[in-house]
Design a protein. Structure first.
Length: 265
C-alpha cells in the first residue's frame, strides 16, 4: 500500500518524527529511513550541502520511504525552487519575520496563485510524464511549506504570518530565540513566553507546529502545547552520542577488568 503523502500527514496533525541531516552523504538518510522515522531535514543552512548532494539525498530518501524536507539557506525563490525541483517534499525556511516574507515563500513554492518556475521534466515532475495541469496540481498538494519562527520580530507578527494562505506550519527555533535574547536576565522566560505565543497563534490559524525538543519531558510538554512534528536530533548528534556511549562503556569495562586482575594477583 502506498504511504500517505507527508504533506497530508503534516497538515492533518499526525505525530511525526524526524531528524536533521548535516552530513552530505546518502547513507545517514538510508539508516534513518530503516528505523521508522517519518522525515529528515536536509540542513542546507548550516551544513556543507550543494545542489548535487541534496539531490542525491532526496533520491536516497525516496528509496528508503522517508520524506525529505530541506532547510534552505534563505527565503530566496531560487533556493526554494532548486530543492523542490529535486523532489523535496517540502521546505523549512529560516527567518520568516513578517507577512511579506511569508507570502514570498508561499509564492516561490506554489504554482496556483504563486510564482514557482514551471519545470515538469525534473524529478518532481516525474521527468515529464504528466501534463501541465496534472503536474501543477500534484505539486501544490505535495509540497509542504514550513516557516521558521526564530526572531523576536517574528513573535510580534506571528498572527499575520500564520494567517498567510499556503503556510502549512511553523518550526519554533527556540535556540535562535534564546541567542537573540542573550544578555538579558530573563532569556529563558522570554523564550518560554514566545513559544506559548506562537503555539496559541498557530492553533488559532489551524496550522501545525514543529519543534526540536531538548529532552523527552520537553517533547511531552511541547506535544501538550500543540506540537505534532518532532525533530529529535541530527545525524551528527546521533553519531556523537553513540560514539561517546560506546567509548565510555568499553573504557570503563576495560579499566574495571584491569583493577580486578591486579587485585586478584
Amino acid at each position: 500500500m502506498q504511504r500517505q503523502r507527508f504533506s497530508d500527514r503534516f497538515r492533518s496533525g499526525q505525530t511525526l518524527y524526524g531528524t536533521f541531516l548535516k552530513v552530505p552523504a546518502t547513507m545517514p538518510a538510508e539508516i534513518i529511513g530503516s528505523l521508522g522515522y517519518d522525515f529528515i531535514v536536509v540542513d542546507e543552512e548550516h551544513s556543507p550541502f550543494n545542489r548535487e548532494t541534496t539531490d542525491r539525498i532526496i533520491l536516497a530518501c525516496k528509496a528508503a520511504g522517508l520524506a525529505a524536507i530541506v532547510r534552505v539557506q534563505s527565503s530566496s525563490a531560487a533556493n526554494i525552487l532548486s530543492v523542490l525541483d529535486c523532489g523535496a517534499d517540502g521546505v523549512l525556511v529560516p527567518h520568516v519575520c513578517n507577512v511579506q516574507t511569508a507570502r514570498a515563500i508561499v509564492a516561490a513554492g506554489r504554482y496556483r496563485g504563486g510564482q514557482r518556475g514551471y519545470a515538469p521534466t525534473t524529478r518532481a515532475g516525474n521527468f515529464g510524464s504528466s501534463d501541465q495541469a496534472t503536474h501543477m496540481e500534484a505539486e501544490d498538494r505535495r509540497v509542504t511549506i514550513i516557516a521558521m519562527i526564530e526572531d523576536p520580530e517574528a513573535i510580534d507578527k506571528i498572527d499575520e504570518i500564520v494567517a498567510v494562505e499556503g503556510i502549512d506550519g511553523v518550526f519554533i527555533g527556540r535556540g535562535d530565540l534564546e541567542a537573540a535574547y542573550a544578555g538579558t536576565d530573563d532569556a529563558p522566560l522570554l523564550v518560554r513566553n514566545a513559544t506559548k505565543v506562537v503555539c496559541a497563534a498557530t492553533a488559532r490559524a489551524g496550522r501545525r507546529i514543529a519543534v526540536l525538543p531538548a529532552t523527552p519531558e520537553d517533547a511531552a510538554r511541547q506535544a501538550r502545547d500543540g506540537a505534532t512534528a518532532f525533530i529529535l536530533s541530527s545525524d551528527q548528534g546521533f553519531l556523537r552520542s553513540a560514539a561517546m556511549h560506546a567509548h565510555t562503556q568499553m573504557s570503563e569495562a576495560i579499566e574495571r577488568s584491569r583493577v580486578d586482575y591486579q587485585e586478584s594477583d
